[in-house]
Ligand binder design. Structure first.
Ligand code: KIV
Length: 273
């Protein structure tokens, strides 16, 4: 199968990402769950591809990310991995794959690293996962942190509203970020927190922050790829900028195809053997 243009450029590692903060170079990250999307992202120079557990929402059609399994993540990460030459691939560890015990965290993160061969995993949470993070990093599994709105904890909070709006919550988030950095994460996703707090955290850390709904002061940005392409039409939070309107494009193409088949206009003899 032809996939178009060839990829060239630098190979991004966790080290590169940390260097980018020092060099004041912004980090561009998007999610991908399949071969072709990952191929196109890699071809145009994305720094990090996140195989997010948002796959549960945008691919599997679940209300939350909770039903996603380690096997699901491995399946999608393998498809992404086959496409990527340069970008750093980070795989989200799904709900209950690392929270229960250090043993389980090592086994499941180890499976992802060994069976897929990606660069890092991402875990949601602060101080309460720091010992696991420390151990994973020590045995050679790089970890990206995730603070603020942590979708795996939706049943604890009950809403997807902005997080850490009070001084107490903001101070706690900053403390969690420092603890994660100390435990060895190479970067931290900050999701849906006030821009002022994201700046405070970004300024306080040596490692890069990657924002989603966290304002312009983070060292990088991430969006769910189907949101920025306009495929998730009803989902319109203010932090999503749409770079395409693919839902409309898809419906138009499907309608034209149906019409052409029904009218006998497709296929022509030229499109036959
Ligand atoms: O699962 C995901 O896509 C994520 C991003 C929103 C950061 O965790």
């Amino acid at each position: 199968m032809s996939t178009g243009q060839k990829t060239s450029g630098r190979v991004v590692t966790t080290k590169t990402v940390m260097t980018m903060k020092r060099a004041k170079e912004k980090i561009a990250m998007l999610t991908a769950y399949d071969f072709l999307t990952a191929r196109y992202l890699d071809q145009v120079g994305i720094d990090i591809i996140l195989v997010g557990d948002s796959v549960g929402n945008v691919v599997q059609g679940h209300e939350t990310t909770l039903p996603v399994t380690v096997d699901d993540m491995i399946y999608h990460a393998k498809a992404v991995k086959r496409a990527v030459k340069n970008a750093l691939i980070v795989v989200d560890m799904p709900f209950m794959s690392y929270q229960n015990s250090l043993d389980e965290a090592v086994r499941n993160c180890g499976r992802v690293m060994k069976e897929v061969g990606v660069g890092a995993v991402k875990l949601e949470g602060g101080a309460f996962i720091s010992e696991k993070v420390r151990h994973l990093v020590e045995i050679g599994i790089p970890v990206m942190g995730h603070l603020g709105l942590t979708p795996q904890a939706i049943n604890k909070f009950g809403t997807y509203e902005v997080r850490a709006t009070s001084k107490q919550e903001a101070d706690r988030l900053l403390k969690d970020a420092r603890i994660l950095q100390e435990a060895g994460v190479f970067s931290i996703v900050l999701e849906k927190i006030p821009a002022k707090l994201a700046k405070r955290v970004t300024d306080a850390l040596d490692i890069p922050t990657i924002g989603i709904g966290a304002g312009p002061h983070c060292n990088g940005q991430v969006l769910v790829v189907y949101d920025m392409l306009g495929l998730t039409e009803e989902f319109k939070p203010r932090f999503v900028r749409r770079y395409g309107e693919l839902a409309g494009d898809m419906r138009r193409s499907f309608r034209r195809y149906i019409q052409d088949v029904k009218s006998g206009e497709f296929p022509t003899l030229k499109e036959s053997y």
